[in-house]
Design a protein around this ligand. Structure first.
Ligand SMILES: [Zn+2]
Length: 276
Protein backbone atom coordinates (compact mmCIF):
# COMPACT_ATOMS: atom_id res chain seq x y z
CA UNK A 1 0.00 0.00 0.00
CA UNK A 2 1.41 3.41 -0.85
CA UNK A 3 2.33 5.25 2.33
CA UNK A 4 2.69 8.93 3.12
CA UNK A 5 6.16 9.14 1.64
CA UNK A 6 5.04 7.55 -1.64
CA UNK A 7 2.10 9.98 -1.85
CA UNK A 8 4.44 12.87 -1.15
CA UNK A 9 6.61 11.82 -4.09
CA UNK A 10 3.57 11.38 -6.36
CA UNK A 11 2.35 14.82 -5.35
CA UNK A 12 5.72 16.38 -6.09
CA UNK A 13 5.80 14.87 -9.58
CA UNK A 14 2.18 15.77 -10.36
CA UNK A 15 2.77 19.29 -9.03
CA UNK A 16 5.86 19.65 -11.22
CA UNK A 17 3.86 18.60 -14.28
CA UNK A 18 0.67 20.62 -13.72
CA UNK A 19 1.17 23.59 -11.41
CA UNK A 20 0.54 26.94 -13.05
CA UNK A 21 -0.60 25.35 -16.31
CA UNK A 22 -3.95 25.19 -18.08
CA UNK A 23 -5.67 21.84 -18.41
CA UNK A 24 -6.24 21.21 -22.12
CA UNK A 25 -7.83 17.76 -21.90
CA UNK A 26 -9.36 15.83 -19.02
CA UNK A 27 -11.21 12.55 -18.86
CA UNK A 28 -12.17 9.98 -16.28
CA UNK A 29 -13.76 6.55 -16.32
CA UNK A 30 -14.99 3.88 -13.93
CA UNK A 31 -15.13 1.49 -12.23
CA UNK A 32 -16.65 3.53 -9.47
CA UNK A 33 -18.23 6.98 -9.55
CA UNK A 34 -16.83 9.10 -12.37
CA UNK A 35 -16.10 12.75 -11.51
CA UNK A 36 -17.11 15.47 -13.98
CA UNK A 37 -13.54 16.35 -14.87
CA UNK A 38 -14.62 18.20 -18.02
CA UNK A 39 -15.18 21.10 -15.61
CA UNK A 40 -11.37 21.37 -15.38
CA UNK A 41 -10.73 21.95 -19.09
CA UNK A 42 -9.44 25.47 -19.67
CA UNK A 43 -8.78 25.93 -15.96
CA UNK A 44 -5.35 26.60 -14.44
CA UNK A 45 -4.03 24.02 -11.99
CA UNK A 46 -2.88 25.67 -8.78
CA UNK A 47 -0.83 22.71 -7.56
CA UNK A 48 -0.79 19.25 -6.05
CA UNK A 49 -0.02 18.12 -2.51
CA UNK A 50 -0.34 15.05 -0.37
CA UNK A 51 -2.30 14.94 2.86
CA UNK A 52 -1.59 11.65 4.55
CA UNK A 53 -2.37 9.08 1.89
CA UNK A 54 -4.55 11.44 -0.12
CA UNK A 55 -3.37 13.35 -3.14
CA UNK A 56 -5.10 16.69 -3.71
CA UNK A 57 -4.89 18.60 -7.01
CA UNK A 58 -6.28 22.12 -6.74
CA UNK A 59 -7.61 24.34 -9.50
CA UNK A 60 -8.11 28.06 -9.95
CA UNK A 61 -11.90 27.68 -10.23
CA UNK A 62 -12.17 26.45 -6.64
CA UNK A 63 -12.36 22.75 -7.46
CA UNK A 64 -10.03 20.11 -6.09
CA UNK A 65 -9.50 16.53 -7.18
CA UNK A 66 -8.95 14.03 -4.38
CA UNK A 67 -7.36 10.69 -5.14
CA UNK A 68 -6.91 7.87 -2.66
CA UNK A 69 -4.99 4.86 -3.89
CA UNK A 70 -5.70 2.20 -1.28
CA UNK A 71 -3.83 -0.96 -2.28
CA UNK A 72 -3.31 -0.80 -6.00
CA UNK A 73 -3.62 2.71 -7.35
CA UNK A 74 -0.73 4.72 -8.75
CA UNK A 75 0.07 8.00 -10.51
CA UNK A 76 2.18 8.26 -13.66
CA UNK A 77 3.51 11.35 -15.43
CA UNK A 78 4.29 11.16 -19.14
CA UNK A 79 5.32 13.41 -21.98
CA UNK A 80 2.72 13.77 -24.76
CA UNK A 81 3.07 10.84 -27.16
CA UNK A 82 5.16 8.78 -24.75
CA UNK A 83 4.10 5.14 -24.40
CA UNK A 84 2.29 4.37 -21.14
CA UNK A 85 3.55 1.62 -18.88
CA UNK A 86 0.04 0.36 -18.18
CA UNK A 87 -3.00 -0.29 -20.34
CA UNK A 88 -5.16 2.70 -21.18
CA UNK A 89 -8.30 0.86 -20.05
CA UNK A 90 -6.90 0.87 -16.50
CA UNK A 91 -6.64 4.66 -16.47
CA UNK A 92 -9.12 6.19 -14.01
CA UNK A 93 -8.15 9.76 -14.72
CA UNK A 94 -6.16 11.56 -17.42
CA UNK A 95 -5.20 15.23 -17.13
CA UNK A 96 -3.28 16.85 -19.96
CA UNK A 97 -1.45 20.14 -20.11
CA UNK A 98 0.66 21.32 -23.03
CA UNK A 99 3.80 19.47 -22.03
CA UNK A 100 2.70 16.67 -19.68
CA UNK A 101 0.10 13.95 -19.31
CA UNK A 102 -0.82 12.91 -15.76
CA UNK A 103 -2.54 9.54 -15.46
CA UNK A 104 -4.06 7.82 -12.47
CA UNK A 105 -4.36 4.06 -12.68
CA UNK A 106 -6.69 1.96 -10.58
CA UNK A 107 -7.41 4.39 -7.74
CA UNK A 108 -10.67 3.35 -6.11
CA UNK A 109 -11.31 6.96 -5.07
CA UNK A 110 -11.12 9.85 -7.52
CA UNK A 111 -13.51 12.64 -6.77
CA UNK A 112 -14.04 16.29 -7.55
CA UNK A 113 -14.82 18.57 -4.62
CA UNK A 114 -15.16 22.24 -3.78
CA UNK A 115 -11.95 23.44 -2.09
CA UNK A 116 -13.92 25.31 0.52
CA UNK A 117 -15.58 22.05 1.62
CA UNK A 118 -12.27 20.31 2.32
CA UNK A 119 -11.73 21.31 5.96
CA UNK A 120 -14.97 19.65 7.01
CA UNK A 121 -14.86 16.75 4.55
CA UNK A 122 -14.90 13.52 6.59
CA UNK A 123 -12.04 11.58 4.91
CA UNK A 124 -9.74 14.55 5.52
CA UNK A 125 -11.22 16.28 8.53
CA UNK A 126 -10.46 13.44 10.95
CA UNK A 127 -6.84 13.01 9.90
CA UNK A 128 -4.13 13.43 12.47
CA UNK A 129 -1.17 15.73 11.83
CA UNK A 130 0.72 14.84 8.66
CA UNK A 131 4.20 13.48 9.37
CA UNK A 132 5.54 15.13 6.22
CA UNK A 133 4.06 18.54 6.99
CA UNK A 134 6.72 21.12 7.92
CA UNK A 135 4.48 22.24 10.78
CA UNK A 136 3.94 18.73 12.13
CA UNK A 137 3.19 18.81 15.86
CA UNK A 138 4.39 15.70 17.74
CA UNK A 139 2.43 16.67 20.86
CA UNK A 140 -0.79 16.64 18.86
CA UNK A 141 0.03 13.10 17.73
CA UNK A 142 0.74 12.14 21.34
CA UNK A 143 -2.58 13.63 22.45
CA UNK A 144 -4.36 11.49 19.85
CA UNK A 145 -2.51 8.32 20.92
CA UNK A 146 -3.75 9.07 24.43
CA UNK A 147 -7.41 9.16 23.40
CA UNK A 148 -9.08 6.63 25.75
CA UNK A 149 -10.55 4.89 22.70
CA UNK A 150 -7.02 3.85 21.72
CA UNK A 151 -5.73 2.75 25.14
CA UNK A 152 -6.27 -0.95 24.44
CA UNK A 153 -5.06 -0.96 20.86
CA UNK A 154 -1.74 -2.61 20.15
CA UNK A 155 0.88 -0.12 19.07
CA UNK A 156 1.18 -2.08 15.81
CA UNK A 157 -2.41 -1.05 15.03
CA UNK A 158 -2.40 2.40 16.58
CA UNK A 159 0.67 3.57 14.67
CA UNK A 160 -1.22 3.05 11.39
CA UNK A 161 -4.34 4.87 12.59
CA UNK A 162 -4.42 7.87 10.24
CA UNK A 163 -6.46 9.79 12.80
CA UNK A 164 -3.49 9.70 15.20
CA UNK A 165 -0.95 10.85 12.64
CA UNK A 166 -1.15 10.65 8.87
CA UNK A 167 1.38 8.85 6.72
CA UNK A 168 2.42 5.54 8.31
CA UNK A 169 1.46 2.35 6.49
CA UNK A 170 2.59 -1.23 6.84
CA UNK A 171 6.25 -0.72 5.88
CA UNK A 172 6.99 2.15 8.24
CA UNK A 173 4.99 0.54 11.01
CA UNK A 174 7.47 -2.32 10.93
CA UNK A 175 10.60 -0.26 10.58
CA UNK A 176 9.65 2.39 13.13
CA UNK A 177 8.84 -0.11 15.86
CA UNK A 178 12.02 -2.09 15.22
CA UNK A 179 14.18 1.01 15.40
CA UNK A 180 12.49 2.01 18.65
CA UNK A 181 12.88 -1.47 20.14
CA UNK A 182 9.13 -1.61 20.73
CA UNK A 183 7.20 -4.86 20.50
CA UNK A 184 4.22 -4.38 18.12
CA UNK A 185 1.86 -6.20 20.52
CA UNK A 186 2.32 -3.80 23.43
CA UNK A 187 -0.85 -1.90 24.29
CA UNK A 188 -0.85 1.86 23.94
CA UNK A 189 -1.74 2.25 27.62
CA UNK A 190 1.47 0.39 28.54
CA UNK A 191 3.68 2.78 26.62
CA UNK A 192 4.90 5.93 28.34
CA UNK A 193 4.94 9.36 26.72
CA UNK A 194 8.65 9.18 25.96
CA UNK A 195 8.20 5.92 24.09
CA UNK A 196 5.28 7.29 22.08
CA UNK A 197 7.16 10.47 21.23
CA UNK A 198 10.15 8.39 20.16
CA UNK A 199 7.87 6.40 17.87
CA UNK A 200 6.46 9.62 16.40
CA UNK A 201 9.93 11.12 15.84
CA UNK A 202 11.31 7.92 14.31
CA UNK A 203 8.37 7.53 11.93
CA UNK A 204 8.84 11.13 10.84
CA UNK A 205 12.58 10.66 10.29
CA UNK A 206 11.99 7.56 8.17
CA UNK A 207 9.33 9.19 6.00
CA UNK A 208 11.40 12.31 5.51
CA UNK A 209 14.50 10.30 4.62
CA UNK A 210 12.43 8.38 2.13
CA UNK A 211 11.10 11.43 0.28
CA UNK A 212 14.52 13.05 -0.08
CA UNK A 213 15.27 16.73 -0.31
CA UNK A 214 12.56 19.32 -0.94
CA UNK A 215 14.00 20.21 -4.35
CA UNK A 216 13.32 16.65 -5.48
CA UNK A 217 16.97 15.91 -6.12
CA UNK A 218 18.93 13.19 -4.45
CA UNK A 219 15.81 11.18 -3.73
CA UNK A 220 16.40 8.71 -1.59
CA UNK A 221 16.28 5.13 -1.84
CA UNK A 222 14.16 3.88 0.98
CA UNK A 223 16.08 3.27 4.19
CA UNK A 224 17.28 -0.29 4.69
CA UNK A 225 14.57 -2.69 5.86
CA UNK A 226 15.24 -4.43 9.16
CA UNK A 227 12.04 -6.39 9.58
CA UNK A 228 9.50 -5.62 6.84
CA UNK A 229 8.98 -8.81 4.77
CA UNK A 230 11.90 -10.50 6.54
CA UNK A 231 10.04 -13.06 8.66
CA UNK A 232 12.17 -16.13 9.36
CA UNK A 233 15.41 -14.37 8.47
CA UNK A 234 18.07 -13.39 11.01
CA UNK A 235 17.77 -9.97 12.64
CA UNK A 236 20.26 -7.59 11.03
CA UNK A 237 21.17 -6.31 14.46
CA UNK A 238 21.33 -9.37 16.75
CA UNK A 239 21.00 -12.41 14.50
CA UNK A 240 17.86 -13.76 16.20
CA UNK A 241 15.33 -15.28 13.83
CA UNK A 242 12.52 -12.79 13.12
CA UNK A 243 8.98 -13.95 13.85
CA UNK A 244 5.58 -12.89 12.54
CA UNK A 245 1.90 -13.15 13.30
CA UNK A 246 -1.31 -11.76 11.91
CA UNK A 247 -2.31 -8.48 13.47
CA UNK A 248 -4.98 -5.86 13.14
CA UNK A 249 -8.27 -5.35 11.39
CA UNK A 250 -6.87 -6.30 8.01
CA UNK A 251 -4.96 -9.23 9.62
CA UNK A 252 -1.81 -8.76 7.65
CA UNK A 253 1.42 -10.17 8.98
CA UNK A 254 3.49 -8.20 11.42
CA UNK A 255 7.13 -9.19 11.78
CA UNK A 256 9.44 -8.37 14.68
CA UNK A 257 12.63 -9.41 16.45
CA UNK A 258 11.82 -11.10 19.77
CA UNK A 259 15.14 -10.02 21.22
CA UNK A 260 15.41 -6.40 20.01
CA UNK A 261 11.67 -5.79 20.55
CA UNK A 262 10.90 -7.58 23.81
CA UNK A 263 7.48 -7.22 25.35
CA UNK A 264 4.28 -8.63 26.59
CA UNK A 265 1.34 -9.79 24.63
CA UNK A 266 2.87 -11.72 21.79
CA UNK A 267 0.29 -14.16 20.51
CA UNK A 268 1.02 -17.84 21.12
CA UNK A 269 0.75 -18.41 17.39
CA UNK A 270 3.78 -16.28 16.59
CA UNK A 271 6.01 -18.18 14.24
CA UNK A 272 8.80 -17.67 11.81
CA UNK A 273 7.02 -18.77 8.67
CA UNK A 274 7.84 -16.64 5.69
CA UNK A 275 4.82 -14.53 4.96
CA UNK A 276 2.83 -15.31 1.84
ZN1 LIG B 1 17.30 -8.36 16.91
Amino acid sequence: MPEGDALFRFARRVDGALAGKTIVRARAQGPGPVPQVERLIGVVCVGARSVGKNLLIEFANGLVLRGHLRMYGTWHVYRPGQAWRRAEREARLVLEVEDFVVVNFSAPVIELLESRALPSYPPLAGLGPDLLDDNFDPLEALRRFRDPLRADLTIGDAIMDQQVMAGVGNIWKHETLFRCGINPWRRVRHLDDDELLRIVATARDLLRASVGKPDGRGIARRPEMYVYLRSGQPCRRCGTRLVSARQGVDIRYTTWCPRCQPGEGEPASANSLVEP
